[in-house]
Design a protein around this ligand. Structure first.
Ligand code: SIN
Length: 532
């Protein structure tokens, strides 16, 4: 039985930076499920927002932009703490070796929707990759960090209400108990709930579902952010066209026609992304369009090629030369603003269970995340979490290393066949896109919720913990998070941030308490997670 001081679930910016900090305190295992370099962080293009002092800007202005995008549901004090810690977080990244772009001896700062200033540090159009690959290199050099790219975490191990490890599937298809003083969930989001998503295949809501089954508090899952611009390329996985393109002058047009976003918001292409996304969706619906167009060809060709080399090359390979003509675009699911509730120390409501990054709800994003605040949140909250754990260890009496015990594996015997798993995943994604997507209606959401509950019961009737394989486990996680997203959305009865209900098009005067999660059904299988 593998025993470590800390288990980190996830290999993105949150997981790797947390592992690097925790390695100063003990032995750390980092568990990934699709290889070490698959993560949404790795795919992030635009950048990381921070006030650097290189241009006239202020943390107060960054806070104000974040609160504005978050549509009344950000927690101001937490926003201030996280954004105030940005300069130090950027300093750590630079120390680890992240090569942010510079120009004339200063940071090259780009701009994205909702930001009142240029404050996004980046490395061309592959900032996420520059960060995760640097962190991965550092982690692989560290003698106290142990990296496991194919170890799918299927459930948490609880003892007397406290988290003591995870059940993980090894490469031989066997479940094994991994035990540690603390578990840090950094497993990313749930974009794979949707037919169209900018997220990798592994974004199946695992961390949220694990925490939910274990009884942790979650909040705000109805706030799924849809990115306005992915390449319209039927039959291909969605490819993101960074918001930085609009920050650098790209405009949105109707196919063969004129601009339209300024009819929806005076900030036009640089309005927060929920507004731009809905403007596109409404135009497509009203005019029966399959897509709109994004046009940056008015900018110098050299600037396009040097600032956006990855996007330029991908579009060219798919038949579109960004320097000469517009490209067809559609919105896609991009980011979960809600997640497992944590305090500013990364602590969840379950002792010894922490959550960092997209999987977590810290109060930073509210009802709609400001562009490029997420990589920042990963680095800042990883640091706060590790600092908190260090304090606890210094106190000694808490966080003993659990003694390994023989585990009885709570295995399910009834499981759906491979065809059913694949087909259900596809039908769920199509249904979520249709009924719980950019524009939602109460009847669509209610019907969707009924379907997800029925499918969950029919396919996974036994209240037990571990399924025989990863695909079935991911489907169960998707169905459980679909229920949480849909139930939360139906319950809200208002429109706010990324959540838009056609029957309630305005925000409530008094926002619903985000923690009002009583509408969520009880998880099927809480007790069996406890160790004998
Ligand atoms: C983008 O490059 O448009 C994505 C940035 C983000 O999601 O913060």
């Amino acid at each position: 039985m593998p025993v470590f001081d800390f288990l980190v679930i996830g290999t993105g910016a949150a997981g790797l930076s947390c592992a690097l900090e925790l390695a100063e305190l003990g032995e750390v295992a980092v568990l990934g499920k699709g290889g070490l370099s698959e993560s949404a962080s790795d795919w992030a293009q635009g950048g990381i927002a921070a006030v650097t002092g290189d241009i006239p800007d202020s943390i107060e202005a960054h806070v104000a932009d974040t609160l504005d995008a978050g549509a009344g549901l950000c927690h101001r004090d937490r926003v201030q703490q996280i954004l105030g810690a940005a300069p130090a977080a950027i300093g750590r990244l630079i120390q680890w070796g992240v090569p942010f772009d510079r120009e004339d001896g200063r940071w090259h700062l780009t701009r994205e929707g909702g930001h009142s200033a240029r404050r996004v540090l980046h490395q061309a159009d592959h900032t996420g990759q520059a960060i995760t690959r640097t962190l991965l290199r550092q982690a692989s050099l560290h003698s106290r960090i142990h990296l496991f790219g194919q170890a799918f975490a299927g459930d948490l191990i609880l003892r007397e209400g406290s988290c003591q490890g995870v059940w993980a599937l090894d490469t031989d298809g066997q479940w094994e108990a991994w035990v540690a003083r603390a578990v840090i969930l950094a497993s990313g989001g749930l974009g794979q709930l949707y037919l169209h998503t900018s997220n990798p295949r592994g974004a199946t809501g695992d961390g949220m579902a694990l925490a939910y089954r274990a009884g942790a508090q979650l909040a705000g899952l109805e706030f799924v952010q849809f990115h306005p611009t992915t390449l319209y390329d039927p039959g291909q996985p969605a490819f993101l066209l960074s918001e930085a393109l609009r920050g650098e002058g790209a405009i949105l047009r109707l196919p063969g026609g004129g601009r339209f976003v300024e009819r929806y918001d005076p900030r036009a292409e640089l309005a927060p992304r929920d507004i731009v996304t809905r403007a596109i969706q409404r135009e497509m619906m009203a005019k029966g369009l399959s897509h709109v167009e994004l046009d940056i060809s008015g900018q110098p060709a050299e600037k396009i090629r040097s600032h956006f080399p990855g996007i330029y090359a991908h579009c060219l390979a798919r038949g579109y030369d960004l320097t000469r003509s517009p490209v067809p675009v559609v919105p896609a699911a991009h980011y979960s603003c809600g997640g497992i509730v944590t305090d500013m120390n990364g602590e969840t409501t379950i002792p010894s269970l922490y959550a960092v990054g997209e999987v977590a709800w810290t109060g930073l994003h509210g009802a709609n995340r400001l562009a490029s605040n997420s990589l920042l949140e990963c680095i800042v909250m990883a640091h706060f979490t590790a600092r908190n754990i260090a304090r606890k260890l210094a106190g000694r009496s808490r966080m003993p290393r659990p003694r390994p015990r023989r585990q009885d594996i709570p295995r399910c015997s009834q499981v759906p066949d491979t065809w059913t798993v694949t087909e259900t995943r596809h039908r769920l994604q199509a249904g979520m896109w249709e009924d719980v997507g950019i524009l939602r209606s109460p009847s669509g959401m209610a019907s969707a919720l009924g379907r997800w509950e029925q499918w969950l019961k029919a396919l996974f009737p036994e209240p037990c913990s571990l399924l025989p394989d990863q695909e079935a486990s991911e489907l169960r996680n998707l169905l459980q998070t679909a229920i949480l997203v849909t139930a939360g959305a139906l319950h809200r009865q208002e429109s706010r941030g990324c959540h838009y209900d056609t029957a309630f098009p305005h925000p409530r005067t008094e926002p619903l308490d985000l923690f009002q999660s009583r509408q969520w059904p009880e998880p099927q299988s809480r007790a069996v997670l406890a160790l004998a």
